[in-house]
Ligand binder design. Structure first.
Ligand code: XMP
Length: 327
């Protein structure tokens, strides 16, 4: 099952009808492959793992055991949405793991970006492996591998991040139902499966999450400021027609403070940096021309609603020279 390739002549899935045909075929194949066994899935709430979960729920129902690890670096409302959509609405067998303290304790005082990434990635595998060991009778591991992942790992551009990672005693057979799809096709299939638009059409979000938007050593209070400011930015972009138009937008709270005035008193607090960029392939990026009045409104909301913040800045830098993320 793991060496399946996209047929050269495969029609691009661009319509609900084509998506439905793909779903019908996959459901049949998944039932054949899985039989009456159990499948494990790490469900992050991102597009790929969400679509894989929805496909498996349709094919094998509660034989799917989905594990959602909250590492404390997710955006506001994300862990709640995963539980609402998959457990409450789709009736999935979902295990929710609150690992927030575990991750943030491990990250405390760590300021090197690569070390932060390694801790987040390593801890994720440990938490997931611990959950897997508690379960009996798992035969398969489902993964949201997509066709560009295969192509990029073949070209040596990046390691195929989905493959492996789990310790020796947890080598399950792989199930990869969206392996031959491009990203836009995964989205079309997700919509046809009834997943909400804000899950299917969401902007890219890095694996280390808000951790890379809280540069330097992560503290809980600064992380909370990033999360709250990000929620305001997303709400305002959605209200003002920029959601779906701008490729990626988010906030960063750097690890320095500056002087300001609040309620007639001097304060010494963080700035929030807003980044909003457009790109085709994330190799280069240009900055979105956000209307000045909207920026003023967002600034006003952030400085009044987000604790510990007294300044808002806009990042005007294209890629190159700046990367999209700050770490
Ligand atoms: P940069 O910062 O390199 O980002 O210009 C390009 C795109 O990749 C995303 N990104 C990541 N995604 N893990 C991910 O899954 C990561 O560690 C990571 N770092 C950057 C970034 O959000 C942007 O869309």
């Amino acid at each position: 099952m793991t060496d399946i390739r996209r047929p050269e002549n495969m029609e691009r899935i661009t319509t609900p009808e084509l998506a439905q045909a793909f779903i019908d075929e996959q459901v049949k194949l998944l039932r054949e492959q899985i039989g009456s066994d159990k499948v494990l899935l790490a469900l992050s709430g991102g597009v790929d793992s969400s679509v894989v979960a929805a496909l498996l729920i349709k094919a094998v129902g509660d034989q799917l055991v989905a594990v959602h690890v909250n590492h404390g670096l997710l955006r506001k409302g994300e862990p709640e949405q995963v539980q609402r959509v998959f457990r409450d609405e789709m009736k999935a067998n979902l295990i929710y793991v609150d690992a927030v303290d575990r991750f943030l304790d491990k990250l405390a005082g760590v300021s090197d970006p690569e070390q932060k990434r390694m801790i987040i990635g390593g801890e994720f595998i440990e938490v997931f492996a611990e959950e897997a060991r508690k379960l009996d009778g798992i035969k398969f591991l489902a993964q949201g591998t997509i066709w560009p992942d295969i192509l990029e790992s073949e070209k040596g551009i990046k390691a195929h991040h989905n493959a492996g990672g789990l310790p020796e005693d947890l080598r399950f057979e792989l199930v990869e139902p969206v392996r031959i799809l491009f990203k836009d096709e995964v989205r079309a299939v997700g919509s046809a499966l009834g997943l909400p638009d804000n899950m299917v059409y969401r902007q890219p979000f890095p694996g280390p999450g808000l951790g890379v938007r809280c540069p330097g050593a992560i503290t809980r209070d600064r992380l909370e400021a990033v999360r709250e400011a990000d929620a305001i930015l997303r709400e305002e972009f959605a209200k003002n027609g920029l959601e779906g138009k701008v490729w990626q937008y988010f906030t960063v709270v750097p690890d320095f403070k500056s002087t300001g005035i609040k309620d007639g008193e001097r304060c010494f607090e963080w700035p929030v940096i807003i980044r909003a960029v457009n790109t085709r392939d994330a190799m280069t990026a240009t900055v979105e021309n956000v209307p000045f009045e909207l920026m003023q409104h967002i600034t006003q909301r952030i400085i009044t609603e987000v604790k510990g913040v007294n300044r808002v800045l806009y990042d005007f830098t294209p890629k190159p020279t700046a990367t999209i993320e700050y770490e």
